[in-house]
Design a binder for this molecule. Structure first.
Ligand code: H2P
Length: 798
């Protein structure tokens, strides 16, 4: 092959061409990394033409563009996603095998881009894929964190955090866009010039753009995920360098890069808070400038902006984008303030992802004024305008020395949405009750969804194969077609094949667990999985308490016919969230004791897999039998993991919370293990004095489990290690672990009983698959396009 050969002759040749000419490697000496990069380049080439064509089509149609602003895009690995969406899997596999390579090994060599922390960030990634699938012109805007979320390991059961280095190797999916850089200001003061208020920032930082193309299913359309990195305006001080002060010479660069180093820096300190607000303004402001630049390239009249631009704020993190747009339109483009505000409100929408007070951001006025003095003035004017229009309002953006971003986001937005029916209803009656009274049409619901390409077709090839064989492959682009499986569920032959798929997935997981973690799992046991961020409201401690109680009972009556279980946990705790870190350590301590117990060993195992990320989820979900969705009712806004499990044939044990409610309605109450207080009952229970202490003493199992923790049964070297957890469980117990324990225990025994009859279980699992088609993020995005963005598909989809 020669340099002049185009890399497009055939896919296999293209890989070789890139290996030779892009990477400069001889196939005889190439390493796995080289082959993966060569394959990635060959795949990328096939994206670029469609990407360019999609951009051209958008300009030609002068179409409205959607801009999804998000602090997180939890994209994970992209090579397989891209191969699958381009329908190149067979060719890629054949090519790699023809070179004597293990195709899956190559795919797994890619680092997992952990640019997010949980459901919010993964939702953003699913949305990007669905937007491309539906041909809706859209851009994702976020931050290119050099280290993303931390890498988790355990030492003595404790969480240890280390930086993630996903960018250490060349990252083929990104295109650096040196031309799309902006200079952004921070701090300084506001002065009056020619009768106008003008911001004179003190510090300047450069935003550098990196574009990642996102290709939709069947490769018909590609959008852009644009991530910003911080750079210094003057990266190198030669004078200081020549004076011998080498570190100081690079100080400006180090400081600017701090902005895009890590996701969610610890913000219990003032410096941490300042960095977080800096990050939020940095990516919001860069994105807004980019949006305006693109609009102004073709349009002279700024009043047209709401017809051409829809901006989605993914939670309050990018809320400052609103005031920034007002500032650019008013201060810099000279529009009257009211007009600038009306235009902005015509573009901006806000998604709320949680009602927990900790997540409704607010900033101290001092910090805010120091970093963004002009924005604070603009926010006050926005707030005043809202007050004038609604003299009977009860809330303001400013109050108690804070700037409240939830209120700001609400009053700046055209539409505000919740992420499940229950959550949206609660928004209207609790956190945003007053705003809803004033703006009864503003709040809408868009129940979350997940992309079926990644979360069924790619991650569970066996099940995908069986489904396609049964109903054709139309379901991949139209998930509701899964309903077509329903008649087959009654066919014992088909059901046996369905059960065999799960068994094979579980066997894979067992092999992997043995190889990677040196643990032996019984493939015949029920795989009971809880994987998500560690948080008190998600109640991993309820699960471990039930595990302890079960173990105690097994020891007491070893002869009983116990259903064998493997309890699988994975998830990270925020570095500053000490209670959550205690929960992790407790689970690890309990696992060590239980797994070492020869009397129960065959029937009960507990494993906590470190460093939960997208790749681990893709491995665990297809092998799960039972999905733990056990949050305190009213606290989990939606959940998306719950949807992935159902879609992969793992029935849920869960509360009436978030999208569990909708899952249960669709899969049928008889195929869902319900327990626990409702959101309303939970509210009422909290007002009962001593509710936790009473619940503990009323339930001998719970008493005994709590007592084991209290007495140091799992931490003999430090008996009071979990005094904090015990105190909480028997004291305030805001998340009602004790109150829900008894019913959770009951539901778990129902699970045991049902699982003992494998045909019944397989039928339940299969019906979960057949009836989960509604949870596609394609359906969710169609909803946003229709109800919120008023955006059109350029592929006629929707
Ligand atoms: C959050 C909510 C979930 C929701 C998700 C996406 C913040 O994700 O808690 O209930 O499904 O956003 O809307 P998570 O807890 O997984 O970090």
């Amino acid at each position: 092959m020669a340099r002049d050969d185009t890399p497009k002759t055939g896919f296999r040749d293209a890989i070789l061409w890139h290996l030779t000419y892009t990477l400069g490697k001889d196939p005889d000496h190439a390493q796995i990394l080289d082959w993966r990069l060569a394959l990635s380049h060959a795949v990328r080439d096939r994206i670029v033409d469609r990407w360019v064509e999609a951009t051209r089509a958008t300009y030609r149609a002068d179409a409205k563009r959607v801009y999804y602003l998000s602090m997180e895009f939890l994209i994970g690995r992209l090579l397989e996603d891209n191969i699958v969406n381009l329908q190149l899997a067979d060719q890629a596999q054949a090519a790699m095998e023809s070179f004597g390579l293990d195709y899956r090994g190559i795919l797994l060599d890619e680092p997992d881009a952990a640019l997010g922390n949980g459901g919010l960030g993964r939702l953003a990634a699913c949305f990007m894929e669905s937007l491309a699938t539906l041909g809706c012109p859209a851009y994702g805007y976020g931050i290119r964190y050099e280290h993303g979320l931390f890498r988790q390991s355990f030492a003595d059961g404790r969480q240890i955090e280390a930086p993630e280095h996903w960018l250490q190797q060349p990252y083929v999916w990104q295109f650096e866009r040196a031309e799309a850089s902006f200079t952004l200001g921070f701090g300084g003061r506001v002065v009056t010039r020619d009768g106008k208020l003008v911001w004179e920032p003190e510090n300047l930082v450069q935003s550098e753009a990196y574009d990642i193309p996102v290709i939709g299913w069947r490769g018909d359309w590609a959008n852009t995920l644009r991530l910003w990195a911080g750079r210094a305006v003057d990266p190198f001080d030669l004078e200081r360098f020549n004076a011998g002060d080498f570190t100081a010479a690079a100080e400006a660069e180090a400081l600017a890069r701090t902005i895009s180093r890590v996701l969610y820096p610890e913000d219990s300190t003032e410096k941490g808070k300042r960095l977080r607000l800096t990050q939020e303004y940095f990516f919001s402001a860069a994105s807004i400038r980019d949006i305006l630049r693109r609009f102004e390239a073709d349009h002279a009249d700024l009043r047209q902006l709401p017809q051409k631009v829809a901006i989605q704020l993914n939670d309050t993190h990018p809320a400052i984008a609103g005031p920034e747009l007002v500032r650019l339109l008013h201060d810099e483009r000279g529009l009257p303030f009211d007009e600038a505000l009306a235009i902005t409100q015509g573009c901006v929408n806000y998604t709320n992802h949680t009602l927990l007070p900790e997540a409704l951001e607010s900033w101290g006025e001092g910090l805010f004024a120091d970093l963004l003095p002009r924005h604070l003035q603009i926010i006050d004017r926005i707030d005043d305008a809202h007050g004038r229009a609604h003299p009977d309002r009860r809330n303001t953006v400013r109050g108690d020395g804070r700037v409240r971003m939830g209120e700001l986001s609400f009053i700046m937005s055209n539409r505000v949405n919740g992420v499940s029916a229950l959550h949206t209803g609660l928004m209207k009656t609790t956190v945003f009750a007053d705003q809803h009274r004033l703006h009864p049409d503003r709040i809408v619901n868009e129940t979350n969804g997940v992309t079926p390409r990644r979360w069924l077709h790619s991650c569970n090839p066996r099940l995908s194969g069986l489904i396609t064989e049964t109903i054709g492959d139309g379901w991949i682009g139209d998930l509701e077609q899964l309903q077509g499986l329903e008649p087959h569920v009654a066919d014992p032959g088909w059901l046996a094949r369905f059960a065999a798929v799960k068994a094979a997935n579980k066997a894979d997981l067992c092999n992997w667990a043995l190889r990677e973690h040196h643990v032996t799992l019984n493939p015949d046991a029920l795989f009971d999985v809880q994987i998500k961020r560690i948080h008190e409201y998600k109640r991993q401690h309820l699960n471990i308490l039930e595990t302890i109680a079960l173990w105690q009972e097994m020891r007491e009556i070893p002869s009983s016919d116990w259903t064998a279980r493997v309890k699988i946990f994975a998830g990270k705790a925020a570095p500053g969230y000490f209670f959550a870190k205690d929960i992790i350590r407790l689970i690890n301590d309990v696992a060590a004791v239980i797994n070492a117990d020869a009397t129960t060993n065959e029937k009960l195992r507990v494993i906590y897999l470190p460093n939960y990320n997208v790749t681990l989820a893709e491995r665990l979900i297809p092998a799960a039998d039972l999905s733990e969705q056990i949050s305190t009712a009213g606290k989990e806004a939606s959940g998306t993991g719950n949807m992935k499990f159902a879609l992969n044939g793992a029935p849920t044990i869960g509360t009436l919370d978030g999208a569990n409610v909708e899952i249960r309605e669709l899969v049928g109450a008889e195929n869902f293990f319900l327990f626990g207080l409702t959101a309303e009952e939970a509210e009422a229970r909290r007002t009962l004095p001593d509710h936790a202490a009473r619940a503990v003493s009323a339930d001998p199992r719970l008493t005994r489990a709590v007592e084991a923790i209290r007495s140091g049964a799992f931490s003999p070297d430090e008996p009071d290690r979990y005094a904090g957890i015990v105190e909480n469980l028997t004291g305030a117990d805001y998340f009602l672990v004790a109150s829900d324990f008894g019913d959770y225990w009951r539901a778990q025994r129902e699970v045991d009983f049902t699982y003992a009859d494998r045909d019944t279980w397989a039928r339940m699992a299969a019906l979960n698959v057949a009836r989960s088609g509604w949870f596609s993020s394609d359906r969710t995005i169609r909803g946003y396009m229709r109800d919120i963005w008023n955006a059109k598909s350029l592929l006629g989809q929707g």
